[in-house]
Design a protein around this ligand. Structure first.
Ligand code: SF4
Length: 296
């Protein structure tokens, strides 16, 4: 049986020869298949190019060739993603049963799964990723046209019911036309529902969300753990100097998500400044972020 493996993961596991610029701490895998039925405006899978997801290529390998390598590696987690292809639920069940052999915890990120499937994969799978993606229902209608806008919210709450609070991560794409306050309202709603938030920076062929806005989105998401939306917005927009302690810690700007997930270069081109840092930040990187946020 074949499976798609992200290029960075394949290099790290020596399935192919190419330079590793940042080491992945999770093995990123993709269920192979044809054109995704989702047709989401920002995703190459809906345009029929199943080798690409975000800006990453996913070559095919025999799953058997992967198992021992993952088992012997210091990879902390496996993330299995699936496009919306025919029979994706059964494919996920089949693949997670095979991956169980690695004894690594597994996250699954896919179009909505039924309660029965969630119950069946629970155990080896301990975390679920849900693509809320666009912040508002109107933006979701425009950018995920083949889904009713609330279907992912329904999936989020069913996944929390079955996997428990803190074991579900909502994926949010920053830069789809929302403003910072709308993003904050949705992040608050996700936290209140009992899930965590993983931020992605929108990157298209001819568009990338402004860095300053993305840094503010990261800071806001962090602040909302501690304070309400109005207080957080006031700090970011009017008193950013008071956030200096949080910023200097650097964790705010690292990849958020399931334990052990660092997604190097998922929405950043090699050579560019990381949007989500896959490791601890250097002091030069923190100084650069302060500058981006207008802090001296
Ligand atoms: S947060 Fe990372 S490991 Fe978890 S589902 Fe998303 S991409 Fe996968």
């Amino acid at each position: 049986m074949e499976i798609r493996v992200s290029s960075g993961t394949a290099s790290y596991l020596s399935l192919q020869n190419s330079q590793i610029l940042e080491e992945p701490t999770t093995a990123y895998l993709l269920v192979p298949g044809g054109r995704c039925r989702g047709a989401c405006t920002y995703c190459p899978q809906g345009k029929g190019d199943s080798r690409w997801l975000s800006r990453v290529s996913w070559p095919l390998f025999e799953i058997e060739d992967l198992l021992e390598k993952v088992k012997k590696s210091d990879i902390e987690r496996i993330c299995l993603q699936s496009p919306d292809i025919e029979d994706y639920e059964n494919k996920i069940i089949e693949i997670t049963k095979i991956l169980e052999e690695t004894e690594k915890p597994i996250s699954v990120s896919s179009p909505p799964l039924s309660d029965e499937t969630l119950e069946e994969i629970k155990g080896p799978v301990d975390h679920i990723g849900v693509g809320i993606d666009a912040v508002t229902n109107d933006l979701r209608k425009k950018t995920k046209p083949n889904y009713p806008p609330l279907v992912f919210w329904d999936y989020l709450s069913r996944a929390i019911n079955i996997f428990g609070r803190k074991n579900v991560t909502a994926h949010m794409i920053v830069g789809m036309g929302e403003d910072l306050e709308q993003l904050g309202v949705t992040v608050r709603k996700i936290f209140d529902a009992g899930a965590d938030v993983s931020l992605f920076s929108l990157l298209l062929k001819d568009y990338q969300v402004e860095m300053k806005y993305y840094r503010k989105a990261q800071l806001l998401t962090y602040l909302l753990h501690e304070q309400n939306l109005a207080e957080s917005m006031e700090l970011i927009e009017e008193k950013p100097d008071e956030c200096i302690e949080y910023i200097e810690n650097g964790d705010i700007f690292r990849t958020r998500g399931c334990p052990g997930c660092n997604r190097p270069f998922y929405t950043t081109k090699p050579g560019d400044e990381h949007r989500n840092f896959p490791r601890e930040l250097t002091s030069e990187e923190i100084d650069q972020i302060k500058e981006e946020l207008g802090i001296k």
